[in-house]
Design a protein around this ligand. Structure first.
Ligand SMILES: Nc1nc2c(ncn2[C@@H]2O[C@H](COP(=O)(O)OP(=O)(O)O)[C@@H](O)[C@H]2O)c(=O)[nH]1
Ligand SMILES: [Mg+2]
Length: 171
């Protein structure tokens, strides 16, 4: 099982998604500090919204196997910069939450996530349960471990470290 780190602005749906992935009933709880459980690290939105706190996200990321940017499908703007996968040395995925919202604009949020460098994008609703199983399946199994040489070979091809490079003869 891969350990997942959730980051995103307040109200993006991180804590609800944690509860949904863990099979718990949803209840609102303001996240006051970074919580770590067996499989998920949930951070307060302020870390993603405040420049001075943003560095802490990089520190927390070292405790996880997969990093996720969370954005609600009805968010009006994106707080993450382009190519922000550069701060990470773990796979970075995007999770679009609240796809059940009547104000959802999934293609727009998807384009923000692609711009951020997310290598996979999941669409979920913690309310209806849609997409949760696909995310659980992705988290199954052991995390991919790369050697320095494997990472450098991918970088030489202009690929992200975690890209599936089998088409280039790399394992
Ligand atoms: N419509 C909808 N609302 C959601 C969903 N997930 C969370 N919310 C609501 O969004 C608000 C913020 O959720 P929360 O999980 O606390 O966000 P966090 O600040 O990122 O941890 C709460 O009022 C939730 O009930 C969802 O899948 N669909
Ligand atoms: Mg929270």
């Amino acid at each position: 099982m891969k350990k997942l780190f959730l980051m995103g602005r307040s109200e993006a749906g991180k804590t609800s998604l944690t509860q949904a992935l863990e099979g718990r009933a949803l209840h609102y709880h303001k996240t006051q500090y970074t919580n770590t459980g067996a499989g998920i690290i949930d951070s307060p939105g302020e870390y993603s919204e405040t420049k001075r706190c943003g560095l802490a996200l990089a520190c927390f990321s070292f405790e996880a196997d997969v990093l996720a940017l969370l954005m609600a499908a009805d968010e009006p703007f994106c707080v993450f910069e382009s190519n922000c996968q550069n701060f990470a040395n773990r796979p970075l995925i995007g999770i679009i939450t609240k796809i059940d919202s009547p104000f959802a604009n999934v293609p727009m949020v998807r384009s923000w996530m692609e711009n951020c460098g997310c290598e996979r994008i999941f669409e979920v609703s913690s309310f209806t349960g849609e997409g949760i199983q696909a995310l659980r399946e992705y988290l199954q199994g052991e995390p991919l471990r790369l050697t320095l040489e494997q990472a450098k070979a991918r970088q030489a091809l202009g690929l992200t470290d975690w890209a599936d490079a089998s088409a280039y003869g790399l394992v």
